[in-house]
Design a binder for this molecule. Sequence first.
Ligand SMILES: [Zn+2]
Length: 249
Amino acid sequence: MSGISILMYHQVGHFPPMKTHRASYCDVGRFRQQMRVLKWLGVPVISMSEALACLIGQRPMPHRAVVLTFDDGCENFHEHALPVLQEMGFPAIVYAIAGLTGGRAEWLAADGHPTPPLMTFARLRELPAAGIEVGSHALWHRRLADLDRSSQRSELVDSRQRLQDELGCAVPHVCYPYGAHSVTTLELAAEAGYRSGVTCQRGAATPAFDRLALPRKAISYGDDAFGFLWKLYLKDAAKGEALRRARVD
Ligand SMILES: [Zn+2]
C-alpha cells in the first residue's frame, strides 16, 4: 500500500539561501511549481480530516493521496501559500501555536534566523471558509516530551480549548512542536480529545501507524520538481526495492 503522503511545510515566501533549517523554508515559486505538479498528475489532495477517515477505515484509501500541512501558522502562509492553494482548489491544514498568535516565531532567533510574524486569531478565523483546517501546535512551541506530565497536559488541553473558543469550531488535529513526543504525550493527546497527531518522523502514513503519531515528508528549500516527486513517491519505492534486493541477495 502506498499510504498517504502528509507533506510538511513551514514558511513559504522569498528567502535568501540558508545552510540550516532548510526544511523550514519553501520558495514561493517552487511551492507553486510543486502544487502544479500535483494538479497536472491528478493527485488527490485531501484534508487532514479526510485522511484520518481513510486511515481509520471509515473511507477507502485513495491511491497516492497527499495532505498539505503548514507548521507554526506564519503570516507568510496567508500571503504566499494561500493564494496558490486557492488557485488550485487544494485543502490544507495550518497548525497554530495558541499562545503565540499575533506574535513572532521567536524560537528561531536562537539559531540566528529571522523571526517571522505569526497569524492573529482574526486571520486564522478566515481560513476554514477557504478550505483550510486549523490544528493545534501546542501553546508555547515547547518540546512536549521534555515537560512534566501536567505541563504537557496544559499544552495540549489549553491550546485546543483556546483555539476552539477563538475559532468557534472543533480542533481535532495536533502537531507536536519539533516532532518531540513520548508515550505520555500520545496518552495525553488522546485524553485531550485529539483524533490525529503528526510528528517529524519521515515516511508515508498508513493504517499501521498510531493515528496520534503519523509520519510526514518534509519538503525542503532545495527541493525542485524532481526532488519533490522523489520524496512523494520514488523514495518509498526505492527503499522497498532495496529491501527486496537485500532479501534476494
Ligand atoms: Zn513548529
